[in-house]
Design a protein around this ligand. Structure first.
Ligand SMILES: *Cc1c(COP(=O)(O)O)cnc(C)c1O
Length: 376
């Protein structure tokens, strides 16, 4: 069986976890957390990167920092993971879903402006498959309307748009280091903060509403409860695992990109014949091969292909029941404009196995099976 995902492991994870234990500090913000945060800051150029317990909680924190509350509206795609929406729904905001582009499956930047009302507080672009949204356009719309931009860059670590790292372009960026992402710490994420002035409040929210971070730096002589917050910092054990991944980030990235390029090349014949649609990477974007997907003609063909691959020992999966048609999403938000591509993409898209260490033989076999399916 060729698995859909494989937990990334690079070799030094246990050594680093032992080191954390030996240092007698396994709670948050020790040596490994510090190193991981510095790596993100260096890669992205943001003022501050804070490791969090998940991308979901980084999104929660960004909603708190953006002061999103009841009566506010937030613009986001419906074709995304539930966490993008939960963060803002938790604060009582109304979700305004906008259609996606058929080439990148990212929010259609040309439809955003029409969805803005006097209640709109933020735009939340999601970089699907680690391929950047049209950020210049989105940032320009936000600037003209006085809105915040919160990037869901869960899938976008090591990707860039016009040379700028995803997650470091908007006011806030959110990364995921979940087991299924390119770089992992089991469960975990990071909040990227562009504006230096927002850092102190973010640190307070992350430390149960206290100014403990300042205390640890010796800036105040005792720490106290100053805001509403929670516990959003991950354990050093998780950060130690992540350290072993990011220090070989280029190696992981190259390995994934090699598999991605091979899929693309071997399936381009079917695309040329018009049987399937392959992903599009805009010229402005450098991606991280987070995912390789194809689009079949319709839901019947997509499901038949998933079954055929399964019978042949290959795990492939579909993606994202559109949020606006889910029980929670239909209650908590509205779809603005026409759903031309969101539901259509959900019905046609199929993700192929993609992970660090996927062998060339496996990629060849999967492509051969897909060609066999379409030859019948
Ligand atoms: C994985 C993912 C998340 C959630 O990440 P966690 O770290 O598991 O909370 C959020 N948004 C998108 C687009 C994702 O792919």
């Amino acid at each position: 069986m060729i698995k859909f995902n494989n937990v990334p492991f690079t070799g030094r994870e246990l050594e680093y976890i032992e080191k954390a234990i030996a240092s007698n500090k396994i709670c948050g913000d020790g040596q490994f957390t510090k190193k991981c945060s510095e790596w993100i800051e260096e890669k992205t150029g943001v003022s501050k990167a804070l490791l969090t317990t998940a991308c979901s909680t980084a999104l929660d924190m960004s909603a708190m920092l953006a002061d999103v509350g009841p009566g506010d509206e937030v613009i986001l795609p419906s074709f995304t993971f539930v966490s993008t929406a939960n963060a803002f729904a938790l604060r009582g905001a109304t979700l305004v879903f906008v259609d996606i582009r058929p080439d990148t499956q990212n929010i259609d930047e040309n439809l955003i402006e029409d969805a803005i009302t006097d209640k709109t507080k933020a735009i939340v672009p999601v970089h699907y498959a680690g391929v950047g949204c049209e950020m210049d356009t989105i940032m320009d719309i936000a600037r003209r309307h006085g809105l915040l931009v919160i990037e869901d860059a869960a899938q976008g670590v090591m990707s860039s748009y016009k040379g700028r790292a995803l997650g470091g372009i908007g006011d806030y960026g959110c990364y995921s280091f979940h087991e299924t992402k390119n770089y992992s710490m089991g469960e975990g994420g990071a909040l990227l903060i562009r504006d230096q002035e927002k850092v102190e409040k973010a640190e307070i929210i992350r430390e149960k509403g206290t100014d403990r971070s300042k205390f640890l730096r010796g800036q105040v002589d005792k720490y106290t409860w100053v805001e509403v917050g929670s516990s959003y910092l991950p354990s050093e054990l998780n950060a130690a695992y992540l350290m072993a991944q990011i220090e070989v980030a280029d190696k992981i990235n190259d390995d994934r990109l090699r598999s991605w390029a091979s899929y693309y090349e071997q399936l381009s014949g079917l695309a040329d014949e018009g049987r399937i649609v392959l992903p599009v990477i805009p010229e402005e974007c450098e991606h991280n091969a987070h995912m390789f997907y194809i689009k079949a003609a319709d839901i019947e063909e997509r499901d038949a292909l998933i079954s055929f691959l399964k019978e042949n020992g290959v795990m492939a999966v579909f993606h994202y029941v559109p949020l606006h048609s889910s029980p929670a999403g239909s209650k908590l938000g509205r779809f603005h404009g026409e759903d031309r591509y969101t539901t259509n993409t959900f019905e046609r898209l199929l993700r192929l196995p993609m992970y660090y260490g996927l062998t060339q033989d496996n990629v060849d076999y999967i492509c051969a099976k897909i060609r066999e399916f379409y030859s019948k």
